[in-house]
Design a protein around this ligand. Sequence first.
Ligand SMILES: *Cc1c(COP(=O)(O)O)cnc(C)c1O
Length: 216
Amino acid sequence: MSIAENIQHLRQQIPGQVTLIAVSKTKPDEDILSAYAAGQRDFGENYVQEMVAKAEILPKDIRWHFIGHLQSNKVKYIVPFVHLIHGVDSFKLLKEINKQAAKFNRVIPCLLQVFIAKEESKFGLDDAEVREIMNENMLSELKNIKIAGFMGMASNTNDETIVRKEFHHLKQLASEFPQCNIISMGMSSDFPIAIEEGSTMIRVGSLIFGKRNYNQ
Ligand SMILES: *Cc1c(COP(=O)(O)O)cnc(C)c1O
């Protein structure tokens, strides 16, 4: 199936209120333009340089989501144009985003990345750290960021019970902060479960663009 057909097929499977983010990391501009021609406007990228290069060339009404692990020293490159930063996993990073955003007079929406999986290698905050950051006293200083919600990645397992439990956990935690109503969870392998558990944004790469080849 073509990229356009993949997107149409996916749209039939997701409710209208769920935002589909096409994860285009490692994929060429032509692939993004094929998705764009099919009406897709939200794209997700993991690497700063790659996202900056694509944003320069591709249509200006694309909404660029940064979904990777963001290093503080690279924040300045994406702040002029990024639509939503999904993977914020420290207060230090939040402060840096705030500082850079102020230079552009922007208020940048951010999602706190919550560690919900079993695997040790995944980034993210635990529940206590989320509650600490969400404490008004810490956030009130930061006028140029907005916590718009939460992001999480479930364990990479075929055991649906585990995946469901992890998504459920994120939804429960998020419901403590009803003013932050974005829940970014669900990828190619697990988005149907994520939606059942309350996801509002799914990040889908391989089901749209095919497998990634990191060795090119
Ligand atoms: C690569 C990536 C995705 C998309 O993964 P697929 O399995 O190809 O759908 C989603 N979220 C994050 C954070 C990613 O790094």
